[in-house]
Design a protein around this ligand. Sequence first.
Ligand code: ADP
Length: 270
Amino acid sequence: SGMVLLQVRVAPLGVDRMLVLADDRTEARRVEAIRRDFVVNVSHELKTPVGAIALLAETVADAADDPVAVRRFTERMQREAQRLSALVHEIIELSRLQASGALSDVRTVDVSDVVDEAVDRARTTAQGKNIVITVGGGKDALVYGDHNLLVTAVRNLLDNAVSYSGPNTRVGVGVSERDGLVEIAVVDQGVGIAQDEQDRVFERFYRVDPARSRDTGGTGLGLSIVKHVAADHGGDVQMWSEPGKGSTFTLRIPAADVPAAHPVTVDPDQ
Ligand code: ADP
């Protein structure tokens, strides 16, 4: 391979430096290939809702004298427009994460605040399906990070848990701390993911069932965003799933090494 060749040719410079250089070239090529794939995928994904909206607009124009049809097609247009807007939002989010230095606003973050905010936002969708979200643990779990990005990550996991679960089920969010890592686990009783799909669900735009995912408004980017947020925080995301039983996604972020969780503040009036 190119790497070995380079190593031999410039051995006098020191193998260490060479390996880094060769690695950089391979890495640059890999990044370029990923970028190219991404652009191709983005164009393809954007064309679908844009094409649907254009077609629906034509249909509405043709059906102008049939109010029932007009209403039906306009509603579908609204849904497609919402999907398009979610897609654009997630593409921008992911591009921002892929750029270096994505963590612009790093501070000590209380993980239970992150979870509360994410749960608040997911609750409306959950209520529509009569899914109860329960939260446990997480007192004083602190990490260094970007509060908003962490909310986005947990929210994506919660949205998936709700989307891929049947009505009248439960979704649980548990926060715990172990071996210097804060773990946020999102557990559902949903459709689960087959073994041979489990490696792929973190890929950009990958959906196990594109038709179903489209119905739920999925973009196929949610888990890629979660993976990026985890990595940018020096953490990771893991998954356990059994088809027909449910799934658990665990986001792990290094705990903030804060000696006093609650700094003492002096009240000037006392
Ligand atoms: P999407 O926007 O389609 O939900 P994601 O990247 O968030 O995209 O997820 C990728 C795919 O992984 C989904 O289309 C779905 O098939 C599967 N998936 C994700 N989360 C779950 C879950 N909690 N239960 C079952 N399947 C899931």
